[in-house]
Write a new protein. Structure first.
Length: 333
């Protein structure tokens, strides 16, 4: 079940085009809402003159604005719609003369009432959106709080203290240079915080070894990956997406890793996590070797480009390194 989860469908081209499509969609939402108001105005003015029920079409851009942007945008869209209709009515006095409309003053009253209802609708729908967004943010903060608690359990020793936290920072910053989506960044951060959770079931005496690990001890340490997946398998929701990342973050790009997975068989987030994990391990004091300067660790990662590490991830790592995005405060080192 877990092995099937680590293979991601889709071509390289589709993954590369996804961020661009998301950017185009984000930019065009407001433009589509504005354009829809003018299209409805054209329909009102030319296609169905005299049918005031077409005014209900202006509810659509208002609801779309509420859905995508919240209360403020929805209210402004409703006000803009009311302004457009008022200008049309003023510029074309005969626009609403047909049908059940009566005197000119009553026409203005009808439009005013319609505008009020539209604005209230936009305000209420936008308020509902804001309330939902606040609830999601509260759940997200609770989720991150649980991850932090788990991280403290995992890192309850002097050699791995703050390791998972630092890796989460490195990984998310590298992933951001690769233009990961917001959801993918959250998965990277969660996987980084929990990637060593299997160590809870591995003998802690191994973490305090003053000498280099023996082959048998190294195999026991490597076993913490599937052990960690066993722990996480019982959960659901967004943590379920973290499982393939935790399971494969020790794989090599050339397929010479634990499970012989190579290239695109390893989730992109796991490839990012591997670089971040190695970089922090090299630049931190460990029981089997002393801390290494960051520039030496950088050179080691560059040397492993295309063999141990994904070239695209190494390029993003170098970009983040040169931009000093991987510099951390002393309090977390």
């Amino acid at each position: 079940m877990i092995e099937s989860a680590v293979r991601l469908p889709g071509s390289i081209a589709s993954r590369a085009s996804a961020p661009l499509l998301r950017q185009i969609e984000a930019v065009n939402r407001e433009l589509w809402i504005i354009l829809s108001m003018f299209v409805i105005a054209a329909i009102l003015n030319f296609a169905v003159t005299g049918q005031r029920m077409v005014l209900a079409l202006y509810t659509l851009p208002t609801l779309a604005s509420a859905y995508f942007y919240g209360r403020r945008h929805a209210t402004l869209t409703a006000l803009a719609s009311a302004l457009v209709v008022s200008v049309l009515f003023y510029a074309t006095p005969g626009l609403f003369t047909a049908g059940p409309f009566g005197m000119q003053g009553m026409l203005w009253l009808d439009i005013a009432l319609w505008a009020c209802v539209l604005i209230v609708t936009g305000y209420l729908m936008g308020t509902l959106y804001d309330h939902k967004t606040a609830q999601l943010e509260e759940l997200r903060q609770t989720y991150y709080g649980v991850l932090e608690v788990l991280r403290y359990f995992v890192s309850n020793d002097k050699y791995t203290e703050n390791h998972s936290y630092r890796v989460s920072i490195y990984a998310t910053r590298i992933a951001s240079f690769m233009k990961f989506s917001a959801e993918a960044l959250e998965d990277v951060r969660a996987a980084a915080l929990l990637h060593d959770i299997g160590k809870l079931r591995v003998g802690r005496e191994l973490l305090y070894k003053a000498a280099r690990l023996t082959d048998d001890e190294y195999r026991r340490m490597q076993a913490h990956v599937p052990l960690g997946v066993e722990v996480l398998e019982t959960v659901g929701g967004s943590l379920r997406r973290v499982l393939p990342i935790v399971l494969t973050h020790h794989e090599r790009h050339d397929g010479e890793g634990l499970n012989s997975l190579a290239g695109d068989d390893v989730p992109p987030a796991a490839r990012v996590l591997k670089v971040a994990d190695v970089y922090d391990s090299l630049t931190s004091d460990r029981p089997y070797r002393k801390v290494m300067p960051s520039f030496e660790a950088k050179d080691i990662i560059v040397k492993g480009r295309g063999t141990e590490f994904d070239p695209a991830v190494v390029d993003a790592f170098l970009a983040a390194y040169r931009a000093e995005a991987l510099e951390l405060p002393a309090m977390v080192l």
